[in-house]
Design a protein around this ligand. Structure first.
Ligand SMILES: *Cc1c(COP(=O)(O)O)cnc(C)c1O
Length: 441
C-alpha cells in the first residue's frame, strides 16, 4: 500500500469516501499554530499590539470561533461577514469593520453591534457615520484608511505619487484628510484613533512594510503637530504564503520584528504618541492550512497538452483564472510515486480559462484517482461561486486524527433556495383577471 495523504492526522480517502469531492480540508492544528505564532511574535514591551485576522481570506462560524479562541481580533468587510462573526459569538469590541463603500445599512449594523473599530475610507463616509452615531447616541472609535503611496504586490515595492487606488484617502490629499479629522474632532460620539493602510498582498519584501510605516509616521507626525493625536497605526495584511517551491515567504517572527522595530524607531525619531500597532494577516494564516481534494475524471490529449479533468475548478478556485495564481498538487493516494508525467489540470466549468494548474508534475493518473491541490486555504472558498450551478464544496477541519465538518456541501436544491414567484407589483390586475399574474417593476 502506498502512502496516502493525511491532513491533521486524518486519512483523506476516508473523508472523500464519506463526503465526496471536491472537498476542502483544513489542518486545524496549522490554523491554530499560525494564529498563535503571530500572537506570540507580534509583542512589544513598549507598544500594545493586536493581530486582526482578515476574515475575507476564509470565514465561517467555526473559523471565527477559532480566531476568538486564539485571542485574535477579526476584520470584516461587509454586513454579511459581520453577521457571520456575530452569529458565531465573536465579541463585537474585537471586530474591525472595513470597506470602501459601506452601505448605510452596513454602517448602521456596525454601530448597532458596537464593533470596536470602524475603518473610514472617505469624507462622505465619515460624515455618514458621525450623523448615525449621533442619532443612535453610540460611541464609536474609528481609524482613517489612507493610501501612503507604497505599493507592494510581489517581490518589489514602489513608493509612488500615482495614487488612484479606490481604497482610502491618498496621503497627499491633505484638505480631505484634515476635513475628516476636523469632522471627527467635532463629533460628540466618534473618536479618531489613528491611521490604517494596506499596501498589497503576497508581499515577500520586508522593506515594503518599513516603507509603509515611515510614510504613516510622517503623516502621524504632521497630524499630531496640528493637534490630532494618533495613538493607533493599523498596517493591514499582505504577508505571503508558500504556494509553490518558488515562493519563500518572510518567516512570521522576522516580519513581526521588522514591523515592531520600524514602529518603535519612528515613534522615537518623530516623537509620536503611538501606543498601539495592529496587523491584519489573512492569507498567511489560512492559505497553507487548506487543501482541496478532487476526483480525476476523463483525460484528453491535444497537440501540445495532456488534460487531466477534475470535478471542480474555477467555481471553487477562481485564483488561477483571475490572476494567474500558481498551485502545486499531488496524487493523494500515491504520495511517494515518482512524478514522471506532466498534465494540464483543468476544471469542469464552461470557460476555456478554467485551468487550475498549467504544468502539473504528477505520477500517472487514472480516472477515479484523488488529486490534492495544496495551499487553497485563502481566497478560494471565500471567492467561490455557483457558476454552472455547481454547489460549493464541503469544508472539514482536521486535527489530531479527528475531523469535523464545518460547512456541508451545497446541493442543487440549496441553489434553488432563493427562487420565488412572488408578485411584487401588479398594476394591471383588474385588466388581466384571467391571465397569469405578472411582476411589473
Ligand atoms: C485583504 C486585506 C487584508 C488581508 O490581506 P492578506 O493578503 O490576506 O494578508 C488585510 N487588511 C485589509 C484592509 C485588506 O483589504
Amino acid at each position: 500500500m502506498e502512502p496516502i495523504l493525511h491532513i491533521g492526522g486524518v486519512d483523506v480517502t476516508r473523508l472523500t469516501q464519506a463526503l465526496g469531492t471536491p472537498l476542502m480540508v483544513y489542518d486545524e492544528g496549522a490554523l491554530r499554530k499560525r494564529l498563535a505564532e503571530f500572537s506570540a511574535c507580534f509583542q512589544s514591551p513598549a507598544l500594545s499590539t493586536r493581530v486582526v485576522y482578515a476574515g475575507k481570506a476564509f470565514l465561517c462560524k467555526a473559523m471565527a470561533r477559532l480566531v476568538n479562541e486564539m485571542g485574535c481580533s477579526l476584520d470584516t468587510v461587509s454586513g454579511g461577514e459581520l453577521f457571520c462573526a456575530l452569529e458565531a459569538g465573536f465579541p463585537a469590541e474585537k471586530i474591525v469593520f472595513h470597506g470602501n463603500n459601506k452601505t448605510p445599512a452596513e454602517l448602521a449594523a456596525a454601530v448597532d453591534a458596537g464593533v470596536g473599530l470602524v475603518v473610514l475610507d472617505s469624507l462622505p463616509e465619515c460624515q455618514a457615520l458621525t450623523a448615525l452615531a449621533g442619532e443612535k447616541r453610540t460611541a464609536m472609535r474609528v481609524l482613517l484608511r489612507v493610501n501612503p503611496g507604497v505599493e507592494a504586490h510581489t517581490h518589489k515595492y514602489i513608493v509612488t505619487a500615482h495614487l488612484d487606488s479606490k481604497f482610502g484617502i491618498a496621503a497627499g490629499r491633505k484638505e480631505e484628510l484634515y476635513a475628516v479629522l476636523d469632522e471627527l474632532n467635532q463629533s460628540e460620539f466618534v473618536t479618531f484613533a489613528g491611521f490604517h493602510a494596506h499596501i498589497g498582498s503576497q508581499i515577500f519584501d520586508k522593506a515594503a512594510f518599513a516603507a509603509e510605516i515611515e510614510q504613516l509616521a510622517i503623516l502621524a507626525q504632521e497630524a499630531e503637530g496640528k493637534g490630532y493625536p494618533v495613538p493607533v497605526l493599523d498596517l493591514g495584511g499582505g504577508f505571503a504564503a508558500r504556494y509553490t517551491d518558488a515562493d519563500a515567504p518572510i518567516p512570521i517572527p522576522e516580519v513581526c520584528q521588522t514591523i515592531l522595530d520600524a514602529c518603535l524607531a519612528q515613534k522615537k525619531a518623530r516623537n509620536l504618541s503611538l501606543s498601539e500597532v495592529c496587523i491584519e494577516p489573512g492569507r498567511s494564516i489560512v492559505g497553507e492550512a487548506g487543501t482541496t481534494l478532487y476526483t480525476v475524471g476523463w483525460q484528453k490529449e491535444t497537440e501540445s497538452k495532456r488534460y487531466l479533468f477534475v470535478d471542480g475548478g474555477m467555481a471553487d478556485n477562481i485564483r488561477p483564472a483571475l490572476y494567474q495564481a500558481e498551485y502545486d498538487c499531488g496524487a493523494a493516494e500515491h504520495m511517494e510515486a515518482a512524478k514522471t508525467e506532466t498534465y494540464t489540470v483543468a476544471g469542469k466549468c464552461c470557460e476555456s480559462g478554467d485551468i487550475l494548474i498549467e504544468e502539473a508534475k504528477l505520477p500517472p493518473m487514472k480516472t477515479g484517482d484523488l488529486l490534492a491541490v495544496y495551499t487553497t486555504g485563502a481566497y478560494c472558498y471565500s471567492m467561490s461561486s455557483n457558476y454552472n450551478h455547481l454547489g460549493r464544496p464541503a469544508v472539514v477541519f482536521a486535527q489530531d486524527g479527528k475531523a469535523r465538518l464545518v460547512l456541508r456541501r451545497e446541493e442543487p436544491k440549496d441553489l434553488l433556495a432563493c427562487e420565488t414567484n412572488e408578485v411584487l407589483f401588479d398594476s394591471f390586475s383588474s385588466k388581466k383577471k384571467n391571465e397569469q399574474q405578472e411582476v411589473v417593476l
